[in-house]
Structure formats: C-alpha cells, structure tokens
Design a protein around this ligand. Structure first.
Ligand code: ADP
Ligand code: MG
Length: 225
C-alpha cells in the first residue's frame, strides 16, 4: 500500500469556537441527565425510552468533553522537547490498558534523546491519541512498534500496529471532525493531532493494509540550537 499524505488544513477554526459552544451545551446536558435519573426513580413505565435518551445524552457529553479537552489555547510557548521521554511517558500512561489487552509496545530509538522545537503537552496529546488508536485497532497479543529516528535534519516518528487496518477511502476521511468507526468514538483525536503536527511544521503520513495493520509516520524538523 502506498503512503498517503494527510492534509491537515481541516477545521483549524474549530478550536476557537468549540470552547464557547461547549460551555453553552454542557450545563443543559448535565441538568437533563439529572432529570432522567429522577424520572427513572419515579416513573418506570418507559424504561426503554429513558435508556435511549440517557445513552444519547451521554454521547453528546463525551463529544463536549473531548472538544473542551482539545480546545486549549493555541499560543503555547515552544521549547526543546525530548520525544524519547514524551513517548516513554505516553506508554506508561497507557500501561494498564495495554496490559488488559496483552498488547506489547516495542519502542526503539538509536539516540538516547531526540529533540524538536515544540509544545510538550501538545506532542504528548498527539502520541497518546495515536497510540490509543493503535491499541483500539489491535487484537489481543498483538504488538505495537514505535520508533524515533533523525534523518536529514528531521525527526521521524513511526507508530506501527498489527491491527485491523483502514480502507483507502477511509484514510481520506480520517482527521475530519467526527469521522469515527468506533461505537464510542468521537472522531476528534486525529483532527486535533493533525493540526498540532501542522503547527509544528510537520507532516503526517499513513500507510495501511486491511487485516495487516497501520503505520503512522510523523516528520517534524529537528531542534536546532
Ligand atoms: P476515534 O478514535 O474517536 O474514533 P480518531 O480521530 O482518533 O477518532 O480516529 C478516527 C478513525 O480513524 C477511527 O475511528 C478509525 O476508524 C480510524 N483509525 C485511526 N487510527 C487507526 C488505526 N491505527 N488503525 C485502524 N483505524 C484507525
Ligand atoms: Mg482516537
């Protein structure tokens, strides 16, 4: 399968408006949910409908929470970030989930540390999103390979899974808001990740084969003193 270059032009304004929208919809959501709880206690005639209402509300709530999480200020100060320790941190954060699925992560890097100019918290967010997606796509006992290398003044990060893969038509939809194939997904993780990488003057490429697995390639200029 050939590598597809992802355009990360999509929806950069979303970050700006989402925080406002989220504040507007969060309160009514919370109160609606409270009333449903009360109805459940009082009136058991329509448990099926109540359950549906509750599930739908929960879904909107998840989206609202994700939007808020991702709409942090864009004007973060960039500094020297060591991607090796960022990736170590991210693997550690997902340790319990990895263990539950018996998925092993193999992280390799030729150099003890690799630096880019960027926002540590944003880059952590990207790697967490990508590793989480790789894990979601993986069946039990599969492996995920992560590597960081430097090449011609760039840093190349590879995240390779042995999961279910992505169809070619779907690769193009990835990173547009709310594109998800998961029951509980929001389709916001990649959109945010692509934007962050773009802000770091980087590119994202994806290679995937259905039933074989997916590799994400991120290229970011290396830090220069
Ligand atoms: P979410 O994880 O909430 O679905 P994302 O934006 O993180 O949202 O991902 C969007 C979609 O891209 C996923 O639902 C899935 O269909 C696809 N995808 C992303 N990463 C992978 C992967 N490693 N393997 C297979 N499909 C993937
Ligand atoms: Mg995701």
């Amino acid at each position: 399968a050939e590598k597809l270059l992802i355009q990360s032009e999509k929806l950069s304004m979303l970050g700006e408006i989402s925080a406002g929208i989220v504040h507007e919809i969060r309160n009514p959501l919370t109160s609606l949910k409270g009333f449903i709880q009360l109805m459940k206690l009082d009136d058991n005639r329509n448990p099926k409908y109540i359950k549906i209402m509750e599930d739908e509300l929960e879904r909107v709530q998840t989206i609202a929470n994700d939007l808020l999480k991702y709409s942090k200020p864009q004007d973060e100060i960039y500094s020297e970030v060591n991607l090796v320790s960022v990736i170590d941190d991210v693997i550690f954060l997902l340790e319990t989930e990895l263990f539950k699925k018996q998925v092993q992560v193999e992280f390799t890097h030729e150099l003890p540390s690799v630096f880019v100019n960027g926002s540590e918290s944003q880059l952590k967010q990207v790697l967490l999103n990508l590793l989480k997606n790789a894990l979601d796509a993986s069946q039990e006992n599969k492996k995920i390979f992560i590597s960081v290398d430097t090449h011609n003044g760039n840093v190349l990060i590879k995240i390779k899974d042995q999961g279910y893969g992505i169809q070619k038509e779907e690769i193009e939809k990835m990173g547009t808001s709310f594109f998800t194939t998961k029951e509980k997904g929001t389709g916001l993780g990649l959109m945010v990740s692509y934007n962050i990488i773009k802000n770091h003057k980087g590119i994202v490429e994806v290679k995937s084969e259905v039933g074989i697995g997916t590799t994400f390639f991120i290229t970011i200029p290396a830090f220069v003193k």
